[in-house]
Design a protein. Sequence first.
Length: 118
Amino acid sequence: MKTIRYTFWAIIGLCLILIGLANRDIVTVRAMPEALGNLLGLSPDIQLPMFVVIFLGVGVGLMIGFLWEWVREHRIRVDARGKAREVESLRREVAQLRGASGRSADGDDVLALLEQSK
C-alpha cells in the first residue's frame, strides 16, 4: 500500500514540476482592469511566473472549498457532539444502576437479582 501511495505522490510531483517548467513565462497579475486603474490612479499589479499564478489559484480554490465544507458540516458536528454527550450520560446511568443493584460476590447480575428477591 505504501508503494502505491509513494507512486501516486511521485506522479503528482512530476506533473507539478512539468507544469512549472512549461509555464515559466512572466505574467502581470492585475487587481483591477487597466482602464479602471488609470481612472482611479491606482493600479495594483504584480509580475509572477505563470506556474506560481496557477498553483496559487489551485491553492486558494482548495482553501475556499475546505472552508465551505467546514461551514456546511457545522450542523452535523453539533449533532455528533450532542449524541456523544447523550451516550456518555447513558453510560454513567448504566454504571450507577449496576452499582446500585448490588452485584453478588461473583459479579453476576442474575445472581444479584435472585438474592434481592429473597
